[in-house]
Design a binder for this molecule. Structure first.
Ligand code: NAD
Length: 493
């Protein structure tokens, strides 16, 4: 039954490349799976380097005319795309569940969140201004104006197949940049459906091109080696981000990188524990823990650790594990067998190091998907291996601390710096520690930080630049300074 619904969702999406406003076949194809059953949903066109370069040619040809459209025209198209996604919410939500696995209620949440970036950037498009002012010495004027960076390569991961795309595409479109999107090979269909919707609302050919491929390294190297490309915006793992940053040196590309995290979740002895557990459930188990802003390390004051852990376990036991279409599940499968094996290995290693594992519901009987039971790991030592890497799964390691300074030191002892969370009723502590946590985003008494109107991004090895917020569009704009000599024009002031 789930299989039929997943197959129907997949069949509603195009499975070809979208280049220059046309749908193209390729020599090779690759299979897209339903992680909830392991069955093949579709065979999708597999772009070669030549196909990707054709997409860049389309983006480069459309760049000048797209940049010349008025901000209002671009805003209207973004708004139409926002409206259209809302009309297609069922199709998008089913497709996200089919190819990525999350429960369909969560997929609907992602569709609304993804669309919101388009509305936000439609509102931003007409509000990018330059500046005008006298030079300090007088006699001339300093005028600055903004222009789009140019054709951009957008590379996205599989965990939020629609939102990770609209967060980049909305900003690029608003700024006046054309783009080539290379979606994750696990979830290309959602991007292709977005291209179809963009085509229907009348987005001009070449402004948005989509090239799914299994040859990511080859394709992106060729695109980044072509001087017509002016920007790369990547969301994914830190090792791949590092490679892209190195490659972007060749043509000095503008680079935005949203990379991995290792989020600390701090619970102090004065925290509202009900709220902290509620926040922990969202920060850890939403999307099956497969989120870059997921809480990865629960650091809890020794006086409340037993109480917090008991309440967390109680909630975790209520999670219902199953296929995203079963109507009851609140935790879906992981993306693939490799990720499942990785998470299981991390739990095993933590237990061998002395942690105590308490698991909730295990995989539903009779399902072949990539399920991992939600797990709380108690008594995790502060130097345990599991705390040094991104779990990307439904596992919550809990570690005790005694003082604020110790909590801060543990929280900051990572090369990552994406999201952090802290729960306390003490305003001084919240602000003081909030400012000293090495993270691009800090949730204070909140387990969710994502918000299209806020700047999303990391520090340290979690990335460069911000997406969303007023900052998001800046990543796609250059500043030009015009030095205007008034004396030569006959005015002396
Ligand atoms: P990944 O780095 O393996 O892949 C991400 C994208 O990069 C995919 O499209 C993939 O095909 C492509 N890619 C892989 N190798 C490449 C190469 N050599 N050159 C160019 N492109 C290449 O990551 P993933 O497994 O898809 O996603 C999980 C990771 O993404 C996690 O580390 C997570 O934290 C991170 N993530 C970060 C954010 C954020 O905003 N900071 C959001 C979501 C996910």
């Amino acid at each position: 039954m789930y299989q039929d619904r997943a197959l129907r969702a997949a069949a509603a999406a195009p499975a070809r490349l979208y280049v220059d406003g046309r749908w193209r076949d390729t020599e090779r194809t690759f299979a897209v799976e339903d992680p909830g059953t392991g069955t093949v949903l579709a065979e999708v066109a597999d772009a070669s380097v030549q196909d990707a370069l054709a997409a860049l040619s389309a983006a480069a040809s459309a760049q000048e005319s797209w940049a010349a459209t008025s901000p209002r025209e671009r805003a209207d198209l973004l708004r139409s795309l926002f409206d259209a996604i809302h009309q297609w919410v069922d199709e998008f939500a089913d497709l996200i569940t089919a190819e990525m696995g999350k429960p369909v209620a969560e997929s609907r949440g992602e569709v609304a969140y993804a669309a919101e970036f388009l509305r936000w950037f439609s509102e931003q498009a007409a509000h990018r201004h330059g500046s005008y002012g006298p030079a300090p010495r007088g006699g001339s004027r300093i005028v600055t104006t903004r222009r789009p960076v140019g054709p951009s390569l957008l590379i996205t991961p599989w965990n939020f197949p629609l939102a990770m795309v609209t967060r980049k595409l909305g900003a690029a479109m608003a700024a006046g940049c054309t783009s080539v999107l290379k979606p994750a090979p696990q979830t290309p269909l959602t991007s292709l459906l977005l291209a179809e919707v963009a085509e229907r609302i009348g987005l001009p050919a070449g402004v948005f091109n989509v090239v799914p491929t299994t040859r990511a390294a080859e394709v992106s190297a060729a695109l980044m080696g072509d001087p017509r490309l002016r920007k790369v915006s990547f969301t994914g793992s830190t090792p791949v981000g590092r490679t892209l940053l190195r490659q972007s040196g060749e043509h000095v590309l503008r680079s935005s990188l949203e990379l991995g995290g290792n989020g600390p979740f701090l619970v102090f002895d004065d925290a509202d524990l009900d709220a902290a557990v509620e926040g922990a459930m969202a920060a850890k188990f939403r999307n099956g823990g497969q989120s870059c802003v997921a809480a990865n390390r629960f650091l809890v004051h020794r006086d409340v650790i037993d109480d917090f852990t008991d309440r967390l376990v109680e909630r975790v036991r209520k999670l219902s594990v199953g296929h995203g279409f079963d109507g009851a599940s609140t935790l879906g499968p992981l993306i693939d067998s490799r990720q499942c094996a990785k998470v299981a290995g991390l739990v095993e290693a933590a237990v061998s190091e002395g942690a105590v594992a308490v698991t909730g519901e295990t995989a539903p009987r009779g399902e072949d998907g990539y399920f991992h039971p939600p797990t709380v790991l108690a008594d995790v030592a502060p130097d345990a291996a599991i705390l040094r890497q991104e779990i990307f799964g439904p596992v919550a390691p809990v570690t005790a601390f005694d003082t604020d300074e110790q909590a801060l030191r543990l929280a900051n002892s990572t090369e990552h710096g994406l999201a952090a969370y802290l729960y306390t009723r003490d305003l001084h502590r919240a602000v003081d520690l909030g400012e000293r946590l090495e993270a691009g985003m800090v949730g204070i008494n909140r387990g969710m930080v994502s918000e299209p109107a806020a700047p999303f991004g990391g520090i340290k090895e979690s990335g460069l630049g911000r997406e969303g917020g007023a900052e998001g569009i800046e990543e796609y704009l250059e500043t030009t300074y015009l030095a205007v000599d008034l004396a030569a024009a006959g005015a002396g002031r």
